[in-house]
Design a protein. Structure first.
Ligand SMILES: *[C@@H]1O[C@H](CO)[C@@H](O)[C@H](O)[C@H]1NC(C)=O
Ligand SMILES: *[C@@H]1O[C@H](CO)[C@@H](O)[C@H](O)[C@H]1NC(C)=O
Length: 287
């Protein structure tokens, strides 16, 4: 059984490498002048994506809730080489503001080549204690605003042969303790946009849709939460951001970052009890 497991995991890794090897090459020039909207761009992975797009010479609109911080990120984008860097503050829990942000970008940039949906609302890292209202609110921020914005931007992306990029998580494929609200919203994203990938393909759409599966990334907010409770390795947000951008630019269906999230996602259905044991023992917790 042990040997069988090893052979299986090795074949999963080989399959992963084969897919990576044959994936299309990234052409940085293709992003020069590209019209990009990045959400959740005041901090973390979104902020790093804004800086990478800026270095590639893109025209960027960024959004998040805090106007002051957005202004600073936009200024840095200009200094890094962005052709344009505009910002608009918005609350993604609102019913109308997500669509207004897309309209703002379409108007200011005269179209859209990349719609990168990345924002998340704050959610406690703790056992669930029955707060349904929080999950309802988080669903608005992490899920409903995504489908509103995707729909609002779709016609423009059809015209430009553009890309829709969804930043999701390993927690959109696999459950884990302490994150019930968050993992619910990510499963919803994976379900919805997985379905949309089929529909776009069946419509022979011009739009590419990438769903990005991320592991633990060393953003301030994530590190704050897992400090002292887990020894799962965290990966650099700047590198995660670059990998997301490349996935969108090369029009791939998915990204697994870091690479072993692919192995974890593939093995959890095959070996549920082993995976559950590992997950439950990767946290320090006593009831
Ligand atoms: C697919 O095409 C149909 C018919 O034109 C349209 O109603 C639908 O919105 C399209 N779906 C997507 C995801 O493009
Ligand atoms: C894709 O773009 C071309 C123009 O580049 C357009 O003629 C075609 O209708 C578009 N496809 C869809 C499904 O909108």
């Amino acid at each position: 059984m042990r040997a069988f497991t090893k052979v299986l995991l090795a074949s999963i890794c080989v399959a992963y490498l084969a897919v990576k090897w044959t994936s299309p090459r990234f052409d940085a020039e293709s992003l020069k002048g590209a019209r990009v909207l990045v959400t959740g761009a005041s901090t973390g992975i979104g902020e790093q994506m804004a800086y990478h797009y800026a270095r590639f010479g893109a025209q960027i609109v960024i959004t998040a809730r805090r106007e002051k911080v957005l202004q600073q990120v936009a200024e840095k984008c200009l200094s890094l080489g962005a052709q344009k860097a505009l910002y608009v503050a918005a609350d993604m829990a609102s019913e109308s503001e997500p669509a207004q942000v897309v309209d703002f970008a379409l108007e200011k940039l005269g179209g859209l080549d990349y719609l990168v949906l990345n924002h998340i609302g704050p959610s406690p890292f703790s056992m669930w204690t029955g707060d349904v209202d929080h999950i309802r609110w988080l669903m608005n921020v992490n899920f409903f605003s995504y489908i509103q914005m995707a729909w609002r931007g779709l016609a423009a992306l059809e015209q430009s042969r553009g890309s829709l990029v969804i930043v999701s998580s390993l927690l959109g494929k696999m459950s884990s303790p302490f994150v019930a609200p968050y993992t619910s919203t990510k499963f919803a994203l994976n379900g919805f946009f997985g379905s949309l990938q089929h529909e776009l393909a069946m419509n022979k759409s011009n739009v590419s849709l990438s769903i990005c599966t991320l592991g633990l990334i060393d953003t301030d907010s994530a590190m704050e939460k897992v400090k002292g409770v887990t020894n799962i390795p965290a990966y650099p947000s700047s590198d995660a951001a670059l990998n997301i951008i490349i996935t969108g630019a090369t029009r791939q269906l998915d990204l697994f970052y870091p690479w072993f999230t692919y192995v974890v996602a593939a093995s959890k259905d095959m070996f549920p009890s082993v995976t559950n044991f590992i997950i439950q023992n990767s946290y320090t917790y006593s009831p």
